[in-house]
Design a protein around this ligand. Sequence first.
Ligand code: ADP
Length: 380
Amino acid sequence: MDASWYVLLALLLGLTIGGGSAALLSIAAQRGRQVMAIATEPIPDGIAAMVDVLESAGIVFDGSNQVILASPGADALDLVDGRELRSREIMDAVRRVWRTGEAEVLDIAYRRGRIGVGTELQLRARVAPLGNRFMLVLVSDRTEELRLAGVRRDFVANVSHELKTPIGALTLLSEAIEAAAEDPVRVRAFSQRMQVEAERLGRMTKELIDLSRIQADDPLDDAERFSIAQVVDVAVDRNAVLAEAKRMVILPRVLDDAQVLGSEELVTMAVQNLITNAVQHSPAATHVGVGVRVVDEVVEIAVTDNGAGIAPEDHERVFERFYRIDPARSRVTGGTGLGLSIVKHVAISHGGEVRLWSHPGQGSTFTLRLPAAATRKEIA
Ligand code: ADP
């Protein structure tokens, strides 16, 4: 083959490759224009209005997976960053739904906040095509719902376990009475123990009802204004018989009186529980102090005893339901393990907290801290 043929062949080859590339480029450009058109396509009015009124977080994507609409709920959950969705798992689901056309529901754990120290939320996302040009993602926050379900499960398990003990004791004692029917001394002894167990059962039932009431209602919804000095008076008075039986003195010391907003009955119950504990966990003939002062518009009610004290590793746990440091001793005092969890819930539901200072052998100080009414009013 002479040189001119080579030139001709090279020319033809060049033309074919060039033409092919040009065709490919033109197809690609056309696709690109389509994507741009979708991305910049105006959002139909109905969709924008719908996303605006959504109770859960709503996000609409265009065909190029760019966020074109996000409801205020989506911002609150910190799901969107500009035109991007922060959650990779939801984004993967969006891509799958584009491919399959089948709506998906997925549950994910999501950390709010960019630096990864925020609380982990439990989210449920529903991904569904919106016509054939948009994708809708609805996200609901199930964190609180799941937490409450867990609390309820633990609670039911604990309650049934705790109720079994006195009920079992009552059954055994009644059998013992039947067997000792001819022996009045033993019958009397058994029936006295039956009374103790029955009282314990009664106290536990009452405290359980109190606790579930505090957890169900918000005392600030129907708040009354009351004096802490009055609360302390009543709580001390309700412990007078118990203290007398142990030759103990309760010394109230109200430095500042203050008003608190909430439920007087519940706050009285909390202070009363703290004083009862102080009396019950202290040796006979000692003192219990109840101090009230206002620090930075926070009312502090501190109950101090010279009792056994609490080791640091138990400081958190004593506030758990049914937790007792010494269950055997608590059987003697008739403790239910619910008193401090009631105190903690009363504090939280009034926007306050309980603090504990204690060391074994050095006594304890439980401080109930509640916002003074004036502060709450100013904030409102
Ligand atoms: P209880 O009905 O058993 O007193 P609480 O929830 O009130 O239940 O208290 C939980 C546990 O914390 C008690 O069993 C006891 O071991 C410990 N405790 C509470 N108050 C005091 C106190 N003032 N001094 C020492 N221990 C205490």
